[in-house]
Design a binder for this molecule. Sequence first.
Ligand SMILES: [Zn+2]
Length: 339
Amino acid sequence: MKAAVLREIGEPLAIEEAPVPRPGPGEALLRVRACGIDGTDLKLLDGFGYVPQLPFIMGHELAGEVVECGADVAGFAAGDRVVAYNFVTCGSCVYCRRSRDQLCLDMRGIVGILGVPGGYADYVCLPEQQLIRLPDGVSFEDGATCCDAGMTALHAVDRADVSIGDCVLVIGVGGVGSVATQILAASGVEVIAVDTDAAKESWARAQGAESFLSLEADALVAEALRRSAGLGVDRVIDVVGLEDTMRAGFAALRRGGRMVIVGYTPDSLPLSGKELAQNEKEVLGTRAGRRDDLRTCLGLFGAGKLRSIVRATYPLQHVNEALDALRGGVIGRIVLSFD
Ligand SMILES: [Zn+2]
């Protein structure tokens, strides 16, 4: 099979011939049909965040078709269309027992990110418990985007705990910001989308944003305050995570408002304890999503309540061009497509 292999941090992926993996007990062999690429992949290439042991096959937004099952696989059979939940959890720690899968204390690996090879290859072997059925009518490409962008957006909106009529700043209109905007808009929330790339305005509006701002941090705060009669916005979802965006988001927040930080960079956010306490502001983190968020996201796609964010597809052998395009700034999601 063909595989794109990360052999050295900072270098392009090597397109190589590799043996098709064999499914062990409890594992299924998938033919990969689609695999999304996103900012986490760029972080892996840069050696920031997660650092897998090399060589490694990335690809954490994958959808495929079961071609063979190892012993003891009961829930799936050859021909099943599936996507992969990334976090390989222990299933028994205090967080697993509370269905907060992505906070597992004894994580065995993260598909395509850490320890478990992902979808930048024609085939992949995964434990059965990672597989979730792809609903009829949802394409492999859209299913793949649910595995990170979709479920992360769903979970972030859940953490934001919005009410009908709220005004929410969504900072960063990439994959996660796009799906978050769709969900918020469908929930009766006014979305002000924010992105440094002014070319994303029509895209953001098509996702359901009522307005779009492409402003530096200070001007952004002033505009958010002006639009909310000086009170500030109800919620902020920051998918970027730079000091500037977090600082602006916090300053734009009304009393009792909540900021949810989704994206992260090496930056930190110095917070005034006085401003936090006296205004009862809340700052929350959110990490990817739970198995249930992924199931819900697939269900929403299946019911036609979420729209595709895929704007470009590349074949596996052109994965480095796709990653370069992402680094240069793209609108919507890029997905690797397999014949
Ligand atoms: Zn656990």
